[in-house]
Design a protein around this ligand. Sequence first.
Ligand SMILES: C[S@@+](CC[C@H](N)C(=O)[O-])C[C@H]1O[C@@H](n2cnc3c(N)ncnc32)[C@H](O)[C@@H]1O
Length: 411
Amino acid sequence: MYKRKIDDRWSFKEANTKEFTHCYHNYPAMMIPQIARTLIEEYKPEGRLRLIFDPYMGSGTTLVEASLAGIDSIGADLNPLARLMGKVKTTHYNYESVLRQFRVMQSELIFYSEDKVIERNFDRISNYSFWYDEKTLLKLSFLSQLIKDAEDKDFFNIALAETVREVSFTRNGEFKRYRMNKDSIAKFNPNTFNLFEKKVLRNLEGLKTYNECANKVAASIYDFNSTNDIPSNIIADNAVDMVVTSPPYGDSRTTVAYGQFSRWANEWFNFENARNLDRLLMGGKKSKEELFKTESIREVLDEIDSLEHKRYLEVISFLNDYYLSIQHVAKTVRSGGVVCYVVGDRRVKDVQIPLDYFTAEMFEKCGYKHHITLVREIPNKRMPSKTSPTNKVGAKVSTMSHEYIVILKKS
Ligand SMILES: C[S@@+](CC[C@H](N)C(=O)[O-])C[C@H]1O[C@@H](n2cnc3c(N)ncnc32)[C@H](O)[C@@H]1O
């Protein structure tokens, strides 16, 4: 139907995925930078390549790769933490100046005492004494206090954002908010300042190589929701030459919980929608019927519906949003432009949903022609690889072992 090609070259098993500013902050389901890089190199459209668009930019991998390639880019995400990451990762801060600011902070950290902390109100953080030790909260507050005096606040806030999550009582290696058990909490004694300092130094190394290699092009970041609309004053129809993106695979509740993962930082910085982000993301609102017409995954949807109607409704809630978003994204691309969507093969009730077929089909309805779908293994993505779709203990099925890079051209 829509031709798939298994290609081991796209697995990038040995690749360093943390080069340049890609090392700044972890994020769920990050795209491997080498994927964006190779797509831009090998699948770029003929003729003009001045603007790359990522409608679900997450931590900004595509935007960083666009600037390394010397191309302007636009990214959008509903998650404020993701937007902060994207902004900081694409900014050419002056290395020497950031280092000087950091040395000033370090000299203050040496003489830390709790009575120096000014902001002691943590009400913006839900249930804060459940998630944090009081001493840790005061140290975090002191870091924020020092950052307020720095010139390049956001550079330091990115290091703080990661620290805020890592020193909380959330279980390591989970995207969702699960508290550690009592024994683990009793033993948990993170060195807040040291963690922050290590992150700043790591990020400074990334900044140095980014400044050496990346071009000073525009990387613009927005909070629009492409499911509803793409404002034409931001991206005019036919303005984009290439789309490189990895959309969510399903709603945040049953797949990857971007909002829960980001809540520590979003609440710390008092960003909007910190508490209800997952409901705003694709598939967050329940639909009752399909808005699209599909042949490519008709049988799959019917099968899930026959197994459990509730799960079917969850799936189509996501697909409705995804379909609307594709319609809006499709309009922004010029004739001859290329779109590359990296999607997963999600399973629901042990039925595999070929999101690559659906993606290709919906774009073809918008005047695109499917070129190829490259199939790759996902070796180093932080993803829940197993789930229990039947809710039976032990009935584990692999959810995502392959990724599909769907490549289409606008006719
Ligand atoms: C798979 S992640 C993108 C990862 C990114 N490629 C990276 O390398 O970090 C999908 C992103 O889509 C965002 N998202 C979900 N629904 C959205 C919507 N309706 N509008 C904009 N962004 C949305 C999520 O917040 C998440 O950051």
